[in-house]
Design a protein around this ligand. Sequence first.
Ligand code: GLP
Length: 262
Amino acid sequence: MRVIIQENYDKVCQWAANYIAGKINGHKEERPFVLGLPTGSSQLGLYKELVKKYENGEVSFENVVTFNMDEYLGLPREHPQSYWTYMHENLFNHVNIPEENTNILNGMTDDPEGECERYEEKIASYGGVDLFVGGIGVDGHLAFNEPFTSLTSRTGVRTLTDDTRIANSRFFDYDPEKVPEKALSVGIGTVTDAKEVLILISGHNKARALAATVEGNVSMKWTCSALQLHNGAIISCDEDACGELMVDNYKYFLALEKEERL
Ligand code: GLP
């Protein structure tokens, strides 16, 4: 696992945007580049950077197909807090991705299991995900795979923990009760099947989750720890998020990635 520590959040996003654009530009096959995408405040800076790159002619999304990680169950896509709205407001409306190339689980489906099965099949029909980009929750969840979700799970229905509903209540009038109880989410296995995984982690409140991802035991308690079993996982993080890493490990990662520090 590569751990790339940047001075601050802006640099985390710039590094990640450069990496993603480099992968899209380096994709010379006719089949589209398949990109897994997250939502959350940690990704806002990343999407700003990607839009900037598109506007500067540094990257094109014409031959990119995206699969979003998750969506709240029971929120119509027009809801201001749906991940459909988030993706359109922050990325899709500002770049040249064809609408039919974007995939987001339908939170209003009356057949959640079928919806999730079809999502997996559609990912497979493209030959799998080339690069899955993600963030993590304070409790270490990857997509909406809360603690004790199987590390081989596939796309399915997830029940949010109280911690997550409290954390996400900032988008729902600070009322955890207004945060949907369930979500549709790709599984940990869906993410780790991708050829590469890039996770952005920023801020003091993610320090325990980062330490669990990098130094902890592989365990369902911290679903992010499954990344240790992936052969192409990269963590792009800021110094604030490194507060719980052992000092020696922190120094080792810095030394290994000296050239990658912006
Ligand atoms: C939500 C999403 C996750 C995301 C997490 C962290 O719970 N389902 O995919 O990683 O939020 O978000 P933030 O970056 O806002 O802390």
